[in-house]
Design a protein around this ligand. Sequence first.
Ligand code: BTN
Length: 264
Amino acid sequence: MKRRRSALDPDLILSELAKTSSKWLDIKVFAQVESTNDLAVKRLSETPDDEVFAITADEQIKGRGRLQREWHSPFGAGIALSVAVPTKLFSCEVSAIPLLVGIAANNCLKNLGANAKLKWPNDLMIETDSAELKKIGGILVQRQGDHVVIGIGLNTDLQVDELPTEIATSLSLINIETSRESLIADLLVQLEAVTKLDSNKWLPLYLAVSSTLNTQVSVTRQSESIVMGKAIGVLESGELLLDTETGRIEITSGDVLQVRPSQP
Ligand code: BTN
């Protein structure tokens, strides 16, 4: 059942953040943008300063996903959040930042009681009762000079007829109700927390929630070549380690078009 969807209340986000020790309080809320990531990149190119800032919107009309895909963000039905963070604030390797953002967003979903998992590198997945994985959100991290722009999209209220694919879902479809304001505040808190994690800390956290580890996968690379193998680990750089018939190989996320489960 579709409900009337309301606009984000910026004061509510700030009052949620005031209950925490978060120092990431510069957050601008828009009704409609093309893409929050594009807006953050633009602001950084105009005024590159060293502060963290966040941009969110009720609706994106040109939301962008990884690998040049579109990201569907109808008004009031999801979270579209971009956070610009100086890379020097992170304790991990820069190439691993997208995976740490996955840990942060996954923590938020778990805080809501969802059975949340991460499909390598950082697709936000929900494991259903029949062990099926559905995508509830995604992450697009872009480097811009000395910063990363961290884009997080999360489906909160999308209904079945609004979902972009059959394997997508939303919080309301798994019977989780939450305010978008408190979810945005929690995302900021969890993101700030993961900046402090080095590889000794983040790797075990990541592996514990990975839906890819120890499964047979088929990786379609940008070159269109397909590699099959068993995912046996993740490196400090964020690369996925695959055991293939011809030996062990490392896969970088930039090299990948698709990671799918395959038959053993
Ligand atoms: C993916 O799974 O392909 C990544 C999706 C990332 C979507 C978010 S929504 C906020 C930010 N702005 C964008 O245009 N994209 C990201």
